[in-house]
Design a protein around this ligand. Structure first.
Ligand code: ADP
Ligand code: MG
Length: 316
């Protein structure tokens, strides 16, 4: 970075921290944290034009860099605590930096996460954020604990972010689809729900790549076969209104970036009971069987699978 690298760090990244467990924050050669117990550690890199559109507002990029890692903490049932940020910028664009840090620090404040260090370099726009979280005595939640006979549940609604991304790319889209766009631009990780799943869920994963892809990871780790009952998929009214039911279901199965939680639990749990315990809408979307892989049914009839989604629905 330019000679004013330290000035930029001071101006945009070095904020007053209130966490007594941060022994040393930004300013020395490394941060020092006081920990008791197990830590969950996750890192995610966002490359411009690969993981987010270049035209995405800077604040939404800052929000996203933290949100995707918060979602990983949620999936582990961890309490997010501290993050570090490696930022690569083509130039010291202060308007962009101001927006980026606003989006980042607003979300960090909402979850009481402290930025304790990082790195600033010049190059193609790339944001790499690492997040550390504390695990409860009953944690962590993993992908590997599911059992045949478990029911599969998801939080919130699915497919909205993919529906929103399609709108973001379509400059001619009218404004009525604002909720879908918001869902794409400002993902809300299910951190409290993840913490509430400790001791309740047998397996958990966040839905970042699409329901089927992420269910596949749970099935591989747990040694089970996952069945999604398509008619149960939780679809928002906005998504169905904009894309129609068939396309909405395809987006819910194969679209990414929703950052909801997919978990398995004993089938006795009613979705309504889980919604109350988690503080978010919960829908039962399927079940686990002995075997391997994933399958989709519609009203009990198997639907043929295609790569990256279901050929039955492909309109692209
Ligand atoms: P070093 O040369 O030892 O790696 P740097 O000059 O990269 O140190 O960084 C100086 C201090 O500023 C360090 O404490 C580092 O953690 C912090 N820092 C650098 N870039 C960022 C950033 N983007 N966000 C937060 N802290 C940063
Ligand atoms: Mg450095």
């Amino acid at each position: 970075m330019a000679a004013d690298e330290f000035e930029l760090i001071e101006r945009y990244f070095n904020r007053q921290l209130s966490d007594p467990d941060v022994v040393l924050g930004i300013g020395d050669d490394a941060a020092v944290l006081r920990v008791a117990g197990d830590l969950a550690v996750a890192v995610d890199t966002l490359v411009a034009d690969v993981h987010f559109p270049l035209a995405m507002p800077a604040a939404a990029v800052g929000h996203r860099a933290l949100a995707v890692n918060l979602s990983d903490m949620a999936a582990m049932g961890a309490v997010p605590r501290w993050c570090t940020l490696a930022l690569t910028l083509p130039e010291a664009d202060e308007t962009w930096l101001a927006g980026f840090t606003q989006g980042l620090f607003d979300l960090a404040a909402a979850f009481q996460v402290s930025l304790v260090g990082g790195d600033l370099t010049r190059g193609p726009l790339t944001v790499s954020l690492q997040l550390l979280g504390s695990l409860s005595a009953t944690g962590p939640l993993t992908r590997g604990g599911a059992q045949p006979g478990d029911a599969l549940y998801v939080t919130g609604t699915l497919g909205d972010a993919a529906g929103g991304l399609a709108l973001f790319r379509d400059v001619a889209a009218p404004g009525a689809e604002q909720p879908l766009l918001e869902r794409f631009l400002w993902p809300q990780p299910r951190v409290a729900a993840g913490m509430a799943l400790n001791g309740l869920a047998r397996a958990c994963i966040d839905v970042s790549d699409g329901l089927l892809a992420d269910l596949g990871h749970v099935c591989a780790a747990s040694g089970c076969r996952g069945i999604i009952e398509m008619e149960r998929l939780p679809l928002s009214q906005d998504l169905v209104a904009r894309h129609g039911t068939d396309r909405a279901r395809q987006l819910a199965l194969a679209g990414g970036d929703d950052y909801e939680l997919l978990f398995s639990a004993a089938p006795e749990h009613a979705a309504a009971e889980l919604s109350v315990r988690l503080g978010v809408p919960v829908t039962r979307v399927g079940r686990l069987q002995p075997g391997a892989g994933t399958a989709v049914t519609l009203d009990g009839v198997p639907v043929a699978a295609g790569r990256g989604g279901y050929s039955h629905f492909s309109k692209e």
